[in-house]
Design a protein around this ligand. Structure first.
Ligand SMILES: O=P(O)(O)OC[C@@H](O)[C@@H](O)c1c[nH]c2ccccc12
Length: 267
């Protein structure tokens, strides 16, 4: 069993417990009382490379990265540094995140918030929206075509912008066919956990014009942002470098500055 299957199996177990506790109808009711979702697409489509800054305590590949006792404070720093969107990992077993982290982040910042998790059922989309999320990650490799199409549609119908993550040309095609407007290329394989920084540049050309391109994982600093901008990235998603760096606010600001004039760098 690959790492992804293993993680999803754990996610499904935890999900069953929550579903026994809170009904789908209750979640739908909560969704009616949260503020309407924010749309990240205008900023993503605007000039420069947007930065999605991630609240990430640990990962299966690296173990503990940062304790992050106050995720809202960290998110506030990211926002002050110019992050377009805050990503919050809510997976518990491998990434030490919770939905409560997302609720706290949402209460602090004014920019859109992404629920980063292993979403396999509509219930999790309603959970995300009820917690105040504006975007939700959908990982192509974890889903059948029918599931992917259904979750993209469901997300859109409740105001969530799905970020559809692919790792191969075939997965990019499946994301496009599912109607994704926002596609992430993950430089880290969720099967082997290896980062190959050339993955984005290799696959970006297969994403049709008009779809927003997100480069995910392995971004260490401004130079990588310039490289990815040249390769066609509209957005970069960065976790580890920011949570382990000295100052999250200036860390984000440096990435934003590097991506501010991508046309100059684009070959
Ligand atoms: O910490 P990094 O290397 O900057 O990567 C961030 C983000 O891309 C990574 O956390 C991620 C990308 N896709 C995922 C899917 C599930 C969990 C985590 C991820």
């Amino acid at each position: 069993m690959g790492v992804l299957d293993d993680i999803v199996a754990g996610v499904r177990e935890d999900l069953e417990l929550r579903q026994a506790d809170v009904s789908l109808d209750t979640l739908k009711e909560r969704c009616r009382h949260v503020d309407p979702a924010l749309d990240p697409m205008p900023v993503f489509r605007g000039p420069g490379v947007s930065v999605i800054a991630e609240v990430k305590r640990s990962s299966p590949s690296k173990g503990a990265l940062a304790s992050i006792d106050d995720p809202a404070e960290l998110a506030g720093q990211y926002e002050a540094g110019g992050a377009a969107v805050i990503s919050v990992l809510t997976e518990q077993r491998r990434f030490s995140g919770t939905l409560e982290d997302l609720v706290r982040v949402r209460a602090r910042v004014d920019v859109p918030v992404l629920r980063k998790d292993f979403i396999v059922t509509a219930y999790q989309l309603f959970e995300a929206r009820a917690a105040g999320a504006d975007l939700a990650l959908l990982i192509v490799a974890a889903l059948s075509d029918t599931e992917l199409v259904g979750l993209v549609e469901r997300a859109e119908s409740i105001g969530l912008t799905p970020l559809v993550e692919a790792h191969t040309a075939e997965e990019v095609q499946r994301a496009v066919d599912a109607g994704a407007r926002l596609i992430g290329i993950n430089n880290r394989s969720l099967q082997t956990l290896e980062v190959d920084p050339t993955t984005f540049a290799r696959l970006a050309p297969s994403i049709p014009d008009g779809i927003v391109r997100v480069a995910e994982s392995g971004v260490r600093g401004p130079r990588d942002v310039i490289e990815l901008a040249r390769a066609g990235a509209d957005v970069v998603l960065v976790g580890e470098a920011l949570v382990t760096g000295r100052d999250p606010r200036s860390g984000v600001a440096d990435l934003v500055a590097a991506g501010a004039h991508p046309a100059v760098h684009r070959s």
